[in-house]
Every structure is written in C-alpha cells, then in structure tokens.
Design a protein around this ligand. Structure first.
Ligand code: MEV
Length: 317
C-alpha cells in the first residue's frame, strides 16, 4: 500500500503531526455481527488523539506513550506487547516509518473495556501515516491490520465506527448505513474495571455454536432482529421499547455465555434504579455496561457510584 502523499522529498516515510479517532459503543448486535447479523454501533467523539514528532535519529526505535492507558512502549521488532505489535503492523501496512518517531496519545476512554480503544488506536495510527484526507475505506483496511493482532478475525464494526463516528448499521461484508437520529440519544457507559479479551469471548461463542447449533443459531438470529427493532425504536424516539430491547439483548448475550456475574448484578442495580434498559456492550465478560437512563439519570448514576464505578455520560448522534 504505497502512497505518494506520505513520501517527503528525501523519500523517507513520515508521519503527520496529529491524528484522531472515535471510540465506539455497540448499541445492539455484538457477537451476532460476527455471523452475518446486523449490528448497530455509535462513535464516541474524542476517543483518541495522537501526536507524532521525529526523534533526532531516524534509526532509533519509535516510542508510543499513552498515559491514560498506562502505555509507554519502545517499538522494537522483538517487543511482543500486543499494542507494540499492532502499532508496527499498521505503520508497516501503510508503508509508514517503523523507527525514528515519538507518538504520544491522550484518551478519555477506558482501555480494554469494550469502548473501541484498540480500534481507535489502529485508526488514529493509520491516519498518522495516510493523513486525514485519506479515503475512509483505506483507513479501515489499514487499521484492520492492527485489529487482527488484538482480536484475531474481527467483524470490522469497531474500525468502521472509529473511522466514521456517528451511528451506523453494519453487516459484515456490506456497505454500512448511517442512521440519522432525530434527537441525540443520551447513554451511560459504566466501566466495570474488569478487563477481558475480545478474542477469547468470540471464541467462547464460536465453541458454543459448534456444540449447540440448533439452540445458538436462533439466539444469534434474535439478536439480529433486535438490531433492526432498535433502529425502529430510535427512529420513533420510543425509548421505553429501546430500553426493553437493551435488556432482552443482555439476556440473549448472557445465554451465549459472554456476560459475567459482575455485569449481571450491575445490570440489575441499574434497572432497580430506574434505567429504561441496560446491557453489556462489546465483547462482554467484563468491560462496560451500557445503560439507557431515564429522563433524570441521577438515581442510576448514584447507584453506579455506590458500587465505586464512575459512569461516562455520552450523547450519541
Ligand atoms: C467487539 O467490540 C464486538 C464483537 O462483536 C466482535 C467483533 O465484532 O469483531 C464481540
């Protein structure tokens, strides 16, 4: 993937000084999307900002520092930290420089929590090489090289939303459809603080599908129907139904084996405090709970804080 735009007069690949990417929250459809069902995801603005500056010596190893994610990595070829490997994959895929830079990032998103931190990193890195004006399809393709290091065989939904932002209906292998919302949708994203591996969660579903196909296949189909019902509910601003869809989808995901006791009890607390609906988001097994709050979200926020958790209030549009 050679691009003239990236080559300076000395033909040494360079990085642009700044790039950014959105985080993401999957509203409905995670896991089922891996099997061709539709999913609905929204970009979280200000997901990740990266700045690049050249080191004095171009042969020195590139350093990646993102304090909020406790990352300070020297990108030598033998560094087997997944972030180091993914970063070099993306830079290499775009014919970018593999040495000689300091890349510094800042993020308001929790990492490894289902908010698309790894996709945001891969997308922002691709933009550091290819520039903001690069076609979204090229950014997505390059960023998937990094995402494969983290997640094996991702559906691509995280990378799409990290690139485009907004709310999108995604089906693997098909063009995505942007969903225009009549009013911004307020949500609470509650990080449980429990890290998990997306690849391991996806494997769990694959294995259960292989063992129990006649049970698991209809659950995946039902999650796909939930995505389209959620789009209708958003279009008609019917938040009671949208909330119920969130809650039912949590139960479906739970029966696929991708919830965990902490998420289940947090969901119960959110509903008792008046949430219109709540579900795990992303791979599950920890990560974040996604809550559709009532008009006054404070009782739900208080209930989450009583458990020592700090909800992130977002408006998706
Ligand atoms: C992870 O954010 C979403 C999953 O559906 C995996 C994928 O789509 O690649 C669990």
């Amino acid at each position: 993937m050679s691009r003239d735009v990236n080559l300076g007069s000395t033909m040494t690949p360079r990085l642009h000084p700044h790039a950014s990417a959105s985080g993401k929250v999957i509203l409905v459809g995670e896991h089922a999307v891996v099997y061709g069902q539709p999913a609905l995801a929204a970009g979280l603005p200000d997901g990740l900002e990266l700045w690049a500056s050249p080191l004095d010596r171009r042969t020195d190893a590139t350093r990646l520092v993102i304090p909020e994610w406790q990352l300070d990595l020297v990108l030598t070829p033998d560094n087997d930290h997944p972030v180091a490997r993914a970063t070099l994959e993306v830079l290499g895929f775009c014919d970018g420089p593999l040495t000689g830079w300091r890349i510094t990032g800042t993020s308001r998103l929790p990492s490894r929590a289902g908010c698309g931190s790894s996709a945001a990193l891969s997308v922002a890195l691709a933009r550091l090489v290819l520039g903001d004006e690069a076609a979204p399809a090229d950014i997505i393709e390059a960023s998937l090289a990094g995402e494969r290091v983290f997640h094996g065989n991702p559906s691509g939904i995280d990378n799409l939303v990290a690139t485009t932002g907004g709310i999108v209906r995604f089906v693997k292998g098909q063009p995505a459809a942007e969903i225009a919302v009549k009013a911004p949708l307020p949500l609470l994203v509650v990080p449980t603080g429990i890290p998990r591996s997306t690849a391991a969660q996806v494997t769990k579903v694959r294995e259960r599908l292989a063992r129990l196909p006649s049970i698991v296949r209809p659950i995946l189909d039902a999650i796909g129907h939930a995505t389209d019902d959620a789009i209708s509910a958003i279009n008609s601003c019917n938040y009671n139904i949208l909330g119920e869809i969130f809650t039912v989808t949590h139960e479906l995901l739970s029966s696929l084996g991708v919830s965990c006791p902490a998420l289940d009890s947090l969901q119960a607390d959110a509903l008792s405090a008046g949430a219109l609906g709540a579900k795990l988001t992303g791979a599950g097994g920890g990560g974040c709970l996604l809550v559709l709050p009532p008009a006054d979200p404070s009782p739900v926020i208080d209930a989450m804080r009583a458990r020592g958790l700090e909800p992130l209030a977002v408006e998706v549009r």
